[in-house]
Design a protein around this ligand. Structure first.
Ligand SMILES: Cc1cc2nc3c(=O)[nH]c(=O)nc-3n(C[C@H](O)[C@H](O)[C@H](O)COP(=O)(O)O)c2cc1C
Length: 328
């Protein structure tokens, strides 16, 4: 598996999409079905509650994808990825890094902290490290610390979204980085992949689009809420986890909290406006601004098929438009 250049990485996938890691949502089924459908599947290492479970998950993904590849030699089976918190506050830092060394996920996505100790381990077995960043300072630091690619998290992303406009963010990073760029934040349709490519990104990071997938670990109520809601049902707040993230307003209301009062509040003030025990990600549910485009619950294979159809249609539309303009 050649992961060394943007082109060789793109060669390994059917569609340039990473099903992004989501706390309490991603599981082995999502990763396996995503990779079988030809897009990169990923999960946060901490979704496996113990190291023993993480070892089982990684073995299951690796074995199943190897078996599937042997049975389908002509099919593009995408590489899989694990998301690792590279900050020393990660209580399983050393243990999980050892498991990464053992099971060799082709791609390791680092969040927070210094990616260099992770890169050292991953490069030894021929894997690559993609680091997620929300600003230019972190992007430059990640490159300096040995990241092979950058994941730019822009405004509107589910979970801990950034604040930058995606177009400006990609353009500015491209002034100093010509390696792989993955763009995330509110992107959920096939044409969004083309839009990201047009502005200079190589891959799209999609999370929320896959929350209602049949294979996801989200509850039925959560899946339904994502399908039913749109951009106006999303709020960006740091009250619940201490870091700004995008959440579904109906889940805040369901937890007995008035969302209108969240502005300028701290976590300790939650009891004044409702339920002080409401837990981020469990009760207060995350999602990005792109959910308005999600119309129904589908399997991962169906979502990827739809993304591909819309991506190709958008490409055709633009090509035809260019021909029309040239004729005039
Ligand atoms: C419910 C939820 C949980 C998330 N958990 C994580 C996580 O554990 N680690 C991580 O790196 N990103 C996490 N994210 C962020 C996603 O990986 C990704 O940046 C985001 O989903 C992209 O934006 P989109 O949801 O608008 O597609 C989470 C996102 C959501 C919606």
């Amino acid at each position: 598996m050649n992961l060394s250049t943007t082109e060789s990485l793109k060669e390994l996938v059917h569609l340039p999409v990473i099903v992004s890691p989501m706390f309490l949502v991603s599981n082995t089924e999502m990763v396996i079905h995503a990779c079988k459908a030809g897009v990169i599947g990923s999960f946060p290492a901490l979704n496996a509650r113990t190291e023993k479970i993480l070892a089982e998950w990684m073995k299951q993904i690796k074995d199943e994808l190897e078996r599937y590849k042997k049975e389908n030699p002509n099919k593009k089976v995408a590489p899989w990825a694990v998301n690792f918190i590279a900050h020393r506050t990660n209580k399983r830092y050393h243990e999980d890094l050892q498991l990464i060394k053992k099971y060799q996920p082709p791609i390791v996505i680092t969040s927070l902290g210094d990616p260099s100790p992770v890169a050292q381990v991953v490069h030894e077995y021929g894997g690559i490290v993609l680091t997620d960043v929300i600003n230019i300072t972190f992007a430059k630091k990640a490159i300096e610390k040995g990241a092979d690619g950058l994941i730019l998290i822009s405004a509107g992303a589910g979970g801990h979204g950034g604040t930058y406009n995606p177009i400006s963010f990609v353009h500015e990073v491209r002034t100093f980085w010509d390696g792989p760029i993955v763009l995330g934040g509110g992107l959920s349709q096939g044409e969004d992949i083309l839009a990201a490519e047009v502005i200079g990104a190589d891959f799209v990071y999609m999370g929320s689009r896959f929350i209602p997938a049949e294979e996801s670990a989200a509850s039925d109520a959560y899946k339904k809420m994502v399908v039913d809601c749109g951009i106006e049902d999303i709020i960006y707040s740091d009250v619940f986890s201490g870091i700004h993230a995008n959440y579904l307003i109906p889940s805040i209301v369901n937890a007995g909290i008035d969302p209108k009062q969240l502005e300028n509040m701290k976590k300790e003030d939650l009891s004044k406006v409702g339920n002080a025990d409401a837990r981020a990600w469990k009760d207060i549910l995350g999602a990005g601004q792109g959910i308005g485009a999600i119309q129904n619950q589908q399997s991962i294979a169906e979502i990827v098929e739809e993304l591909e159809k819309d991506y190709l249609q958008a490409r055709k539309k633009i090509t035809e438009g260019q021909q029309f303009a040239m004729k005039k």
